[in-house]
Design a protein around this ligand. Structure first.
Ligand SMILES: Cc1cc2nc3c(=O)[nH]c(=O)nc-3n(C[C@H](O)[C@H](O)[C@H](O)COP(=O)(O)OP(=O)(O)OC[C@H]3O[C@@H](n4cnc5c(N)ncnc54)[C@H](O)[C@@H]3O)c2cc1C
Length: 348
């Protein structure tokens, strides 16, 4: 019988992320599939986080919740996070440890696996059970080959990708909570966390949970039918659309490179927005590409977008070559102007 634990952290603003709830949901699902009656949650947070644990986690069906609380755990720091995870795992003696693929957990999981003589696999996109053995899926070689594998080494640590698994929902009963003491000696505090550095962006444009991926290509920055570049209008139309639809913004390599070269055209576009072979492979139910040619190195990043539409002036662009479900041969400026108007009218 496999003992499974899901490790999560409480965020600095005292919230639980959807990604954490997804990892818990997967842990519960796996324990059901493996017919493992006991599964646990391990929480790293500050003393105040106990309220959130009692309010939001005790009703999810876990057999027990191990909590490691300390003021220093508000900061994502390798030494303190790894110490907390190690102590929790020693208390729970799990065979399988699941954690969300966030920067914080991805950084420490391999090290904690090493300390506990275990093994780690990252970026897991599916877990299935065959003959009572868990099998994980992960992509390799930049999402070109999908592997399915199992391991015999225990504990087996897995970081799971966001936006794939169902978040945990309320269940019957109330889980007991066990507080775990983690000694935080001064040598664990050698690294001082001084804050976050994020790419310059005037607005939050990457929303992994959004229903729609909106891609802006370099066409927005090119001369239009009147022979002029309409940079300001492009910015206004795109930001207004993002605001109205709460979609996530993707960019092509061309448009992203332009912005980082100091071109004022789309200043909110950073390399984090780049979708494609050398960019991200986001997961959204729908995608709309605008002023983007639909070349293969870009479209390869749309692998997990289920329904694809594009707006391009060129009826022979890449999207027309079987890469989109619908191609609107139209001026994206005119389309967005009209769309934004309809969307804001519908909100009145
Ligand atoms: C090794 C390698 C890796 C790469 N990795 C990536 C990657 O990760 N991601 C990526 O995106 N690219 C990548 N590329 C680059 C990729 O091949 C293309 O060059 C890039 O995607 C083109 O960007 P674009 O479509 O925005 O620009 P363009 O090719 O310049 O296309 C602009 C489009 O806008 C249209 N347009 C202009 N005005 C309007 C309007 N008013 N209305 C509607 N349409 C309009 C035009 O018809 C045109 O089709 C890579 C290339 C290589 C060689």
């Amino acid at each position: 019988m496999e003992r499974i634990i899901c490790l999560i952290s409480i965020e600095q603003d005292d919230t639980l992320t959807t990604t954490s709830l997804e990892a818990i949901g997967l842990t519960r699902h796996l324990s059901e599939q493996l017919k493992t009656p006991e599964w646990y949650i391990g929480v790293v947070g500050i003393p105040k986080s106990i309220e959130l644990v009692n309010d939001c986690l005790t009703g999810l069906g876990a057999s027990k919740i191990f909590v490691a609380l300390h003021e220093e755990f508000s900061k994502p720091r390798y030494s303190t996070d790894a110490a907390a995870a190690e102590v929790i795992c020693k208390a729970a003696s799990p065979d399988i440890v699941i954690a969300p693929s966030t920067a914080r957990w991805s950084r420490i999981i391999p090290g904690v696996a090493f300390r506990l003589n275990g093994t780690a696999d990252t970026h897991v996109t599916a877990i299935n059970v065959q003959n009572n053995t868990p099998l994980i899926n992960r992509w390799i070689y930049r999402q070109r080959i999908e592997l399915q594998l199992s391991r015999q080494v225990r504990p087996w640590f897995l970081t799971v990708e966001p936006a794939i698994f169902e978040p945990a929902s309320k269940s019957k009963g109330s889980s007991p909570v066990e507080k775990i003491e983690v000694p935080v000696s001064t040598d664990l505090l050698n690294t001082e966390v001084i804050g976050f550095q994020t790419p310059k962006s005037s607005t939050q444009t990457i929303r992994p949970d959004a229903k729609l991926l909106f891609v802006a290509g370099a066409g927005w920055t090119k001369k239009q039918a009147d022979g002029l570049v309409h940079a300001e209008e492009a910015q206004k139309l795109i930001l207004e659309f993002l605001e109205l639809t709460q979609s996530s913004l993707g960019g092509t390599k061309s448009v992203v490179d332009l912005s980082s070269e100091g071109n004022p055209v789309l200043p909110f576009m950073t390399h984090l927005n780049q979708v494609g072979q050398t960019g991200a492979t986001p997961r959204h139910p729908k995608g709309l590409a605008t002023c983007c040619h639909g070349e293969e190195p870009h479209v390869v990043g749309w692998r997990f977008i289920n329904e694809r539409r594009a707006v391009n002036l060129d009826p022979n662009c890449g999207w027309a070559q079987g890469k989109a479900d619908v191609l609107y041969v139209a001026d994206a400026f005119a389309v967005l102007r009209e769309l934004n108007k309809k969307l804001s009218d519908s909100k009145k």
